[in-house]
Design a protein around this ligand. Structure first.
Ligand code: GLN
Length: 297
């Protein structure tokens, strides 16, 4: 049977018994627009096997895919075609070497955010009893990456969404990482002072056409006013009174927002304001230091 014809079997509401071998199943899924890797990951998930079992798939490509797994795979492919992120389909996402449980309550952590974690770790590493807060923690990605790399850190994970905090707590528990959690809007009610305040806030402009492709993730984690900088402005304004002298604020932002965020930080009185690139070479995060008493403003 030609591959493209084979696929309706996968998505038929009533399963039609058919001998689908692993090799044919993967080809059928790829024929519907998924990469080979995505097809392999979804098939492994439908088979109840671990994500790292791709070698098993290769060595069993002549095995028949059981009917129930075909049916589950068909449902996953349909969700993929409607734009659901792979993280939601699989139920977890790798970030900074951690497997994080994710679902529609939280933004799926992106590799773009990993350089922000590196930057925070560089700043925190030399400090004794360092204290860091992650604002808008979502799945807990940044906070957990920091804590897992530097176990002595005192980490507070903040989110305005009780749903998101439930996911972050569950991830912390699963990973055996201890940190504190607070439900509030950015730094409201939180005093500190902190060595580092880090955040990947919502930063997409309300009218940005990218939002149309991100319909499955919480809008509150993505969009932030006419220029996308409403939350960045709030965080910068609140951070000035919550950082230790010499402490740093580090923010992720949109691909074209680095100059605007640098200006906002400089205007608020931060020093050493600078941006760093993500893995794709885009200036993706900006940080500034709250001056020590002796530094000139
Ligand atoms: N980087 C994400 C995207 O553009 C947005 C994340 C965010 O708003 N913090 O898909």
């Amino acid at each position: 049977m030609p591959v493209a014809q084979a696929f309706p079997v996968l998505v038929a509401p009533i399963f039609i018994a058919n001998l689908m071998l692993i090799a044919h199943t993967l080809a059928a899924v790829q024929a519907h627009g998924l990469s080979r890797l995505e097809a392999q990951r979804l098939l492994l998930h439908a088979l109840g096997r671990a994500d790292h079992d791709r070698a098993w798939l290769l060595s069993h490509d002549g095995d028949t895919v059981p009917a129930d797994a075909q049916y589950r795979l068909g449902a996953l492919v349909q969700r993929y075609q409607k734009g659901e992120p792979m993280g939601y389909l699989l139920g977890y996402q790798a970030f900074y070497g951690l497997d994080l449980m994710v679902d529609a309550r939280v933004l799926v952590p992106r590799p773009d955010t990993e350089p922000l974690v590196d930057w925070a770790l560089e700043l925190l590493e030399p400090l004794a009893n360092a204290q860091v807060v992650d604002l808008g923690t979502g799945s807990g990605a940044i906070a957990l990456a920091l804590k897992s790399t530097q176990p002595k850190l005192q980490v507070l994970a903040v989110d305005a969404s009780a749903d998101a905090l439930a996911v972050a707590r569950a991830n912390a528990e699963r990973l055996g990482l201890h940190m504190d959690f607070v439900q509030t809007s950015w730094l409201e009610g939180i005093t500190g002072p902190w060595d580092v305040i880090v955040s990947n806030p919502p930063y997409i402009a309300d009218q940005d056409h990218h939002l149309a492709t991100l319909t499955h993730e919480p809008l509150t984690a993505l969009a932030s006013g006419a220029d996308g900088l409403d939350d960045v402005r709030s965080i910068i304004a609140q951070s000035t009174s919550r950082l230790k002298a010499g402490g740093w604020l580090l923010l992720e932002h949109g691909y074209d927002q680095a100059p605007a965020v640098r200006t906002l930080m400089q205007d608020a009185g931060f020093s050493h304001v600078q941006s760093r690139q993500d893995l794709a070479g885009i200036a993706r995060c900006t940080g500034g230091q709250w001056p020590t008493a002796l530094s000139p403003r």
